[in-house]
Design a protein around this ligand. Sequence first.
Ligand code: GAR
Length: 192
Amino acid sequence: MPIRVAVLVSGTGSLLQALLDAHGDGRLEAEVVVVGADNPSAQGLERAAAAGVPTFVHPFSKGGDRAAWDAELTRLVAEHDVELVVLAGFMKLVGPVFLARFGGRTINTHPALLPSFPGMHGPRDALEHGVKITGTTVFEVDAGVDTGRILAQEAVRVLPDDTVDSLHERIKVAERALLVHTVNELARQGDS
Ligand code: GAR
């Protein structure tokens, strides 16, 4: 039986698409059963709808009640009885209520080799630092910013004429494959 997965997105959703495509091709031992976004215009919502996956939108407004937002996010995800939550370009931190419910089974991807270059601008920070190799990390989400246990990493070479966008796009290619691989590994562990 494939494991039931929730995916949370904020933007383009190409990582989500990689999971949906892998499922469509029979390469994923998991099924995306719900996609949530904090941003109503996230393209990931359209990708989910095109694949027939239910969606929800749960925005957080500046100055809003973070604890209430976190509790409602937890409820919206829990409704779908999922075994794994994937943050796929989700640009919000989940809070203590969410982690109490889904800690240890929530993963995130980051476009750098953690613990280097955490935060919102991994590719930019790596490029500005002048590293020659960066990459992508899949990790278990904890209460910190990109601090959780590392599950998988893949290196990506920085090319001499890279821009932030060209580097990030190349990282994302590696990131999609690594995410599919890691979800499969976790699904197999869950089975044993
Ligand atoms: C990915 O590179 C992901 O690692 C990054 O956002 C991109 C989402 O791409 N996430 C973070 O930087 C989180 N700190 P996508 O919307 O095309 O899937």
